[in-house]
Design a protein around this ligand. Structure first.
Ligand code: BG6
Length: 498
């Protein structure tokens, strides 16, 4: 095979310095990227090859953990970097790209290429066409496209058509970095490598499911992007729905890209279409407002002063199939929450008859299984146990597993895992074109409804709190409460225990 070159579009941007370069460096350090390869950064900013290497070296020092930094390896790594100033929107800049690749690869038709689109989403449809114009859509080339892939169903379909006219589906890698997380993948092992859960994993034994992905940060420097996106496009349509799929999917017959992605698609296609009442009553959207030490969303750089973009969303979903009919899935995400946590909580049904009391009275709580994606990665099964001593009072305790028991916290970053998979030609953990469309097919009516009803409620919540109280009401209808880890957290930046 020819020399490998990875071309990054958007090489001077935030994603490249925060995620891609640290991920590529870690692959290099682990000798997953070896031999004669180059990473060619492209963006509009002017850099020489050396200037770019120096810039990335500085950024690595900022974004890598101290224990990952090894001066010599870092210097060797940046020695593989090259740079070409290029405006990705301009077709006439692409012959220079081709020329540079021909030089780097030493062949007239470079083919062992990986293109990474870390540009603003508005360029996702343009770059592949320009690559085709100069014949860089070769049979072995691959292209990784960041999310959001489209901003609604129609635009996603259009993008799929463009990619389909330039590449084959096997060459297109739509990245959703949540699937690169070790703990998200572990959901599959937990469900399908164990016999105890599967018989219970259905509407007969499960009462409801919660999927939470909240963060204690605001939108940082991404106001321009975020204000046109909002939480639904940024987190729900991709990351959260992936977690729903991992929780709800049927076991694939074998674990390979097609079988796995077929099952994901089936979940998306089984989502119960939202009715007018759902759109109105079962979706709560919020926006963070200023609180003691934190800015309000509308004061963030790049955000319109009267913005109605949601930074929080909670909604109730249904899955219309034999396994899940009637089991609500409550999902939520938000910026500027009290803590950062991503987890799935599966709530089992209460026992049919209860003869014991909980401490202090009332029924002992039903069982639940908490699958913590991050941080404090692990799983906890909550079960009732008799308190020692007289009487029969039952207390809920945790049977827990943490990653320490597997020899430490999950190492390796999601981006490193996914880029490595792409280099190896394994698309399993990337979203297939039909699944992106199925997800948009479900969520586009929400966007449409908000557009047609601009006065749909948008609730303010003070930065650093658990979001609009209206989302509590949604749970109360089911006789339940959100599982808010670290309810009593006082230091709001601290991670919470399982
Ligand atoms: C990104 C979103 O895809 O995921 C961000 O665009 C969000 O807004 C991030 O902060 C969360 O990812 P993680 O891995 O930090 O939970």
């Amino acid at each position: 095979m020819d020399k490998f070159v990875m071309v990054i579009f958007g090489a001077s941007g935030d994603l490249t310095k925060r995620k891609l370069m640290p991920a590529l460096y870690s692959l290099f350090r682990e000798k997953r990227l070896k031999g004669d390869f180059n990473i060619l950064g492209t963006a509009r900013t002017e850099y020489s090859d050396e200037g770019y290497a120096t810039y990335i070296l500085q950024e690595l020092k900022e974004f890598l953990k101290a224990e990952e930094q090894d001066e010599r390896t870092m210097t060797d790594f940046v020695g593989h970097l090259r740079y070409l100033p290029l405006d990705p929107s301009q077709e006439d800049h692409y012959p220079a790209l081709k020329k540079r690749l021909v030089e780097l690869c030493g062949t007239e038709q470079p083919d062992n290429l990986l293109f990474y689109l870390a540009t603003p989403p508005s360029l996702y449809g343009v770059v592949p066409l320009h690559l085709k114009a100069v014949g860089l859509n070769t049979p072995h080339a691959r292209i990784i496209v960041e999310k959001p892939f489209g901003y609604d169903l129609e635009s996603a379909q259009k993008l799929n058509q463009i990619y389909g006219s330039v590449f084959e589906e096997r060459q297109v890698y739509r990245i959703d970095h949540f699937l690169g997380k070790e703990t998200a993948q572990n959901m599959l092992a937990l469900r399908f490598a164990n016999g105890v859960f599967e018989p219970l994993w259905n509407r007969n034994y499960i009462d409801y499911v919660e999927v939470t992905a909240v963060e204690n940060l605001g939108i940082e420097q991404r106001g321009g992007y975020y204000d046109t996106s909002g939480a639904l496009r940024d987190m729900v349509q991709n990351h959260l729905i992936q977690l729903v799929a991992l929780t709800a999917m049927e076991p694939p017959a074998v674990f390979n890209a097609d079988s796995f992605r077929n099952e994901v698609l089936k979940v998306y296609e089984s989502l119960t279409p939202l009715t007018e009442e759902d759109l109105n009553e079962h979706i709560v959207r919020g926006q963070y407002t200023a609180s003691e030490h934190r800015k309000g969303y509308r004061e963030e750089k790049g955000v319109a002063a009267d913005s109605r973009t949601e930074t929080y969303i909670a909604m109730k979903l249904g899955i219309s199939n034999w396994r899940w009919a009637g089991v609500p899935f409550y999902i939520r995400t938000g910026k500027q929450m009290p803590t950062k946590v991503t987890e799935v909580v599966v709530h089992f049904r209460q026992t049919p008859h209860q003869m014991f009391h909980a401490i202090g009275g009332g029924e002992p709580g039903a069982n639940s299984l908490v699958i913590r994606i991050q941080p404090n990665e692990g799983s906890v099964l909550k079960i009732g146990m008799k308190m020692p001593g007289a009487g029969f009072e039952v207390k809920q305790v945790s049977l827990d597993f943490t990653y320490d028991q597997l020899g430490g916290v999950p190492s390796g970053d999601a981006y490193a895992r996914l880029i490595d998979d792409c280099i190896q030609g394994d698309p399993t953990l990337f979203t297939r074109g039909d699944a992106v469309e199925a997800s948009w097919r479900f969520f586009t009516p929400v966007l449409k409804y908000w557009k047609e009803h601009p006065d749909t409620a948008l609730y303010g919540y003070p930065a650093g709190t658990w979001g609009p109280k209206e989302s509590e009401a949604m749970m109360h209808e089911h006789g339940a409460e959100w599982t808010n880890p670290c309810k009593n957290l006082t230091n709001t930046d601290q991670y919470c225990e399982l």
